[in-house]
Design a protein around this ligand. Structure first.
Ligand SMILES: Cc1cc2nc3c(=O)[nH]c(=O)nc-3n(C[C@H](O)[C@H](O)[C@H](O)COP(=O)(O)OP(=O)(O)OC[C@H]3O[C@@H](n4cnc5c(N)ncnc54)[C@H](O)[C@@H]3O)c2cc1C
Length: 283
């Protein structure tokens, strides 16, 4: 089955094409997920709209107290960006943990977020950082917390005729420690069996002032471990308190049995890797 390929020069024309072709159309970024779905017959768009000419979708920039990453920025560009390495090193580190260099050179941030495979890495890390997604559509631009963007397996809150233009990530308050860890029992370029992102800030007395913990691969979407956060915020840290809080994550995740382990095993690994991530961000 064939399709007609378009390569509009800007976002406005892209939205115009999406609006005109409706359900017949799909956008193409790096193609790493798109082509797999195409080959398996899961998608059959008659009109394919390539995004690579849209300059507004490219680039990584510091914008006041937030970082802007354009939807067409590749994983490798985020990993290697001097601005990201300097201002948010945990983000560069997290993007450096994705797949292989070959995939990271091709796959884009926007494509990753819209593909919404819950085993992907950026959603988990970006939700822990409090990022928001910027969406352009026929009615103009809107910004939405990334946490509410993911609705289900491979399903996001994106209206027809709309396009992700980028993500905005607030720089963490000074003193915040951030870490992203993924459990890879099979190969280093695999998807995670469980992944955990944690961001924590403590006051001068060691009391936890702010904490966000997010898990990936153990539910339909990235999961905020709110019970873990609530158990620890406001308290001074002991190793017993960290272990007790990490154990709460078992009731927050919702894993499935698959090739990377049973649901029971992933629940237990969620506890173990949450504990490890907490031990790195809390002193
Ligand atoms: C071998 C392999 C290993 C991988 N391992 C990992 C891993 O370890 N960790 C990880 O996180 N990911 C991994 N991935 C997934 C990869 O990160 C995603 O496939 C990639 O980020 C998708 O981006 P893309 O630019 O290729 O998107 P595409 O494949 O071009 O598009 C994906 C989907 O998003 C839509 N889309 C793309 N851009 C936009 C936009 N700006 N606005 C609206 N819709 C858009 C497309 O229509 C399509 O539905 C792996 C992929 C492969 C092939």
């Amino acid at each position: 089955m064939s399709f007609t390929y378009h390569e509009p020069p800007d976002v406005a024309e892209t939205i115009g094409l999406l609006d005109r072709f409706g359900e017949e159309a799909a956008v193409l970024a790096g193609g790493t997920a798109f082509m797999l779905f195409w080959k398996q017959g899961l998608i059959r768009p008659r009109q394919v709209i390539g995004l690579r000419r849209c300059a507004a979708l490219r680039g990584i920039a510091v914008d006041g107290n937030r970082l802007w990453i354009g939807a067409m920025a590749t994983h490798r560009q985020v990993e290697r960006s001097p601005a990201v390495q300097r201002r948010l090193p945990a983000l560069a580190d997290g993007f450096g943990q994705i797949a292989s260099i070959r995939i990271r050179n091709q796959a884009t941030v926007g494509g990753n977020l819209v593909h919404a495979d819950p085993a992907q890495d950026p959603p988990t890390l970006l939700v822990a950082l409090g990022a928001s997604v910027v969406i352009a559509g026929p009615q103009g631009d809107r910004e939405q917390p990334l946490e509410s963007f993911f609705l289900d397996y491979f399903t996001v809150a994106l209206e027809p005729s709309s396009l992700v233009t980028g993500v905005r990530i607030p720089f963490p308050t000074p003193g915040t420690r951030v870490v992203y860890r993924k459990f890879l029992p099979r190969t280093v370029d695999d998807y995670a069996t469980v992944s955990v992102a944690a961001a924590a800030r403590q006051d001068a007395d060691g009391r936890i002032e702010a904490l966000r913990v997010t898990l990936g691969s153990v539910g339909a979407t990235p999961i905020r471990a709110r019970a873990v956060e609530q158990a620890l915020v406001g308290s001074r840290v002991t190793s017993g308190a960290l272990a007790d809080a990490a154990a709460l994550v078992r009731d927050e995740v919702d894993p499935i049995d698959d090739a990377r382990g049973s649901a029971h095993y992933k629940r237990e690994m969620s506890r173990v890797w949450t504990m490890r991530a907490l031990a790195e961000v809390v002193t």
